[in-house]
Design a protein around this ligand. Sequence first.
Ligand code: HEM
Length: 511
Amino acid sequence: YVWPSPQLDALEALRFDLDSHPILQFIDPCDTFNFGPNGDTSISGRSNIADWIRTSYHDMATHNAAAGTGGMDASIRFPEELARDENVGTGFNNTLNILFPIVNRYVSIADALTLGTIIAIENCNGPQIAFRGGRIDAVSPNAPGVPEPQQDLSAHISAFARQGFSQKEMIGLIACGHSFGGVQHVPFPQIVPELDDPNNTQSVSHFDSTFVTFDNNVATEYISGRTKNPLVVGHNDTTNSDKRIFGSDGNVTMKAFATSPTLFASTCATLFTKMFNSVPKGVKLTDVIAPLPVKPDNVQLVLNNDTLRLTGEVRLWNAKEDPTRTVRLFYADHASTAYKHNVTLKSAGVTNGGRGITAAWYTFSPFVPINASKGIGRMRFVVDGKVEDQGGVGFVLRDDVVLSGTSCLTNSDTSNLAGRLDVAVRTGTNPTRIFLEHEVLTNFNPPRIVETDIPRPAKPSNATHAPYTIWSLNFTNNMDGFTSSTLGVEMGGVKSAILGKIELFGFPPCT
Ligand code: HEM
C-alpha cells in the first residue's frame, strides 16, 4: 500500500513495531500468564497465549459459513455469550483485558484479538501467519455454536461443517490449537481433578508436554501412545472428544503430522489463517499486511511564524544499526514535484520487528524547517544513495490544515488546563469544517469518535501568519477531559484526519 493510509499504517505498526505496543510483553517468555495487564504472575499452569488462541476460536466458532453470519467479530465479549456453558472459564475476559488497550479507531477489537493471537503463535515457535485487518465488531451476540467435549463425533463434524471446515480440517485445526494449553480443573472438574502440584497451581492437564510452544508433540505423543491429553485419555470417555476426532479418519492426518513437523506447521498456518479470516458476510478484509520497506511515522507539521516545522521519524524495515549509513530526506514545495530541499537525518536506534528482524529508525530531530510560503507537498528519502519514493509517488504530506505554534495555555494546572488552540488554514483552502477528534474507549466497546468544532474566524487573522489564516478554539477545564486529540477536516462532504497528535499539556503559556 501507499503511505499515508491511516488504517493500514496503524495495522502495520501493530504487526511490525513490536517495541511500541504491549503485546510482546504478555507472551515473552511464552509461559507468561497474567490476569489482565497488572495481574498476579505467581500462578502457574496457564499461559496468555493459550487463552488468546482459545478466545479466537470461540469467537470464530459461531460462524455460519453458508449464511454469512458470525465469525471473527469480537462477539465473544458480550456477557450473554460468555454466560453460555460453551464459553466456560476466565480465559476470555483475561484475553480481552490484555488486548483491548491496542484497540483504536483503525483497529477493531476483532482485529486486535486476531493480531495478538498471530503474534503470540509466531513468537512461540509457530509458523508465520498472513494477517489481514478490517474485521468489524459485532453489535450483538451471535447464535451459540462452540463445540463442547461431551458432544459426539457427528455433532462435531456438523459444527465444523457449519463453520466452513471439512472433517480433515477439523482434525487439523484442533491439533493446531491443542498444541497449546490444556484443560483446567476449575471450569472442567469432571475432566481434570485437583492436581496438587506446586508447579501447576491452576491444575491444568496439558494437551502435550510442550504446552507453551508450537510444535507437533500433540501429534507425536498421541500417535506413540504416550499422550496425557485429557481429551484423549481422560477417565470419562464421554468427554474424550480429541480421541474421537483425531481417530475419525483412521489417524491418517495425525500420523502425517507426527511424521512431519514441517507439514504440521504449514497446515496450521493455513488453518489458523482460515479461522481468522472467517468473518460475517459484507466484511471486506484488507490485503495481507506486509511491512513497508521505508515508513514515515509520527509525522506532524506545526506552523511557527513563517516556518512550518516538520517533525517525525522514518523506519527502515529489516535493517540493523549501521553508523556508515546515510539517510536523507528530500522534499518538494507545496505546488511543485521537484525535490529541491534536503536534510540529513539522525539515527535513532533499532527496534524489534519480530522473528529476528530489526528496523532502523532515523529522526527529523528536532525538526525540518520549511518556508511556510513555499510549503511542502511531498517527501522522499535517499538511503545510501538509493531513492525511496514509493515507486515515484513520493510520501505525500498535506500542509493545508496544520496546528499553529501560537496555541497556548492560560492555566497549566494539568487537572484544569485552559487556553487557546490555534489551527492554521492555508490560503486557498476552503474547509467546510475543522474539528478535533477525540477517541472514546469504553470497556470492550469499539471506539467512538467525539468531534469538537473549531470555529471559523469572523475576519481573517493578521498578516504575520500569511499564507495561513488562524482558526481558534478557547478551552477550559481540560477540554472536558479531551486533552489528547487529532485534527479532522471536512471538505466537499469528505472527512479526513490530519497526521499528528495534539496534546494540550504540551502548549506554552499564553503571553
Ligand atoms: C471439538 C472442538 C473442540 C473442543 C471440544 C475443545 C475443547 C476444549 C476444552 C474442554 C478445553 C479446556 C478449556 C479450559 O480448561 O479452560 C480446551 C482448551 C483449549 N482449546 Fe479447545 N476444543 C476444541 C477445538 C479447539 C480449536 C479448534 C482450537 C483452536 C484452533 C482450540 C484451542 C484451545 C486452546 C488453545 C485451549 C487451551 C486453553 C488454556 O489452556 O487456557 N480448541 N478446548
